[in-house]
Design a protein around this ligand. Structure first.
Ligand SMILES: C[S@@+](CC[C@H](N)C(=O)[O-])C[C@H]1O[C@@H](n2cnc3c(N)ncnc32)[C@H](O)[C@@H]1O
Length: 224
């Protein structure tokens, strides 16, 4: 009569065979590296020292690992979809115990850097998950999300999933996000997204205003 299985029932990332197939190909390097991952790695690189830890939040199957080539870092990924993580564990057995299933909201971590791309715009809001990241990163947080002049929130039907389901398509206000991140002791700069050139991209019929956020810790310690 009452059960706690609602998370997996309504988790859109567990309901797309085409996404699973694509994420499998990406982690096996059977398709080109994402331009946004190349850009994320480029933004991260100047902040990285040998043996630093990098946590990929909402990592899918963990294919951002490949974009870190040439950097002597320790990669970890978290994601709330075990089906996607399983693809990464199968393709990269050496990463088995570094691809961890959890929700961002439940995460307690202490790492040097966090990279989170294409995640927060499709969940109900950014505050709690972004707070977890800002409290977990010693040095930098790199985000790629839909950022615009003012925040807009919508809950729309995605007809590209295995069955139509409603999904969040949010865009977060630039100044609001900047002020929020600064509260946690970081300086903030925004970067035009290389893939879209700063133009809105239509995803499932709705515009996404992809923008990179580079947050660099200037004060405070990780609280976890
Ligand atoms: C669009 S994919 C992005 C994957 C990868 N970061 C990229 O840039 O290609 C969003 C990912 O976030 C994960 N995700 C969504 N909500 C989450 C949450 N609350 N906690 C952890 N992971 C979450 C999904 O399972 C999915 O793998």
């Amino acid at each position: 009569m009452i059960s706690s299985s609602g998370w997996s029932k309504y988790n859109i990332w567990e309901h797309s065979a085409s996404v699973r197939n694509l994420y499998d190909k990406r982690v096996r390097q059977e398709v080109d590296e994402l331009i946004c991952h190349k850009q994320a790695a480029g933004l991260l690189r100047p902040h990285v020292s040998v043996n630093d830890t990098v946590l990929d939040v909402g990592c899918g199957s963990g294919y951002f690992y490949h974009s870190l080539r040439g950097m002597s870092v320790e990669y970890f990924g978290i994601d709330s979809s075990d089906a996607l993580l399983a693809l990464g564990r199968s393709a990269m057995p050496q990463m088995c115990d570094r691809l961890l299933c959890m929700r961002i909201e439940d995460m307690i971590a202490k790492v040097d850097h966090i990279v989170c791309t294409n995640v927060l715009s499709n969940i109900c809001n950014y505050h709690r998950p972004l707070e977890r990241m800002l409290e977990s990163a010693h040095k930098t947080v790199i985000l790629r999300e839909s950022i615009s002049d003012v925040s807009t929130y919508s809950y729309v039907t995605d007809n590209y999933l295995d069955r139509p389901m409603r999904v969040h398509v949010n865009s977060y206000g630039r100044e609001e996000v900047k002020a929020f991140i600064e509260e946690y002791g970081f300086s903030v700069s925004f970067h035009v997204d290389d893939y879209t050139g700063g133009k809105p991209q239509d995803v499932i019929g709705y515009p996404h205003h992809w923008t990179f956020v580079e947050a660099v810790r200037i004060s405070g310690e990780v609280r976890c």
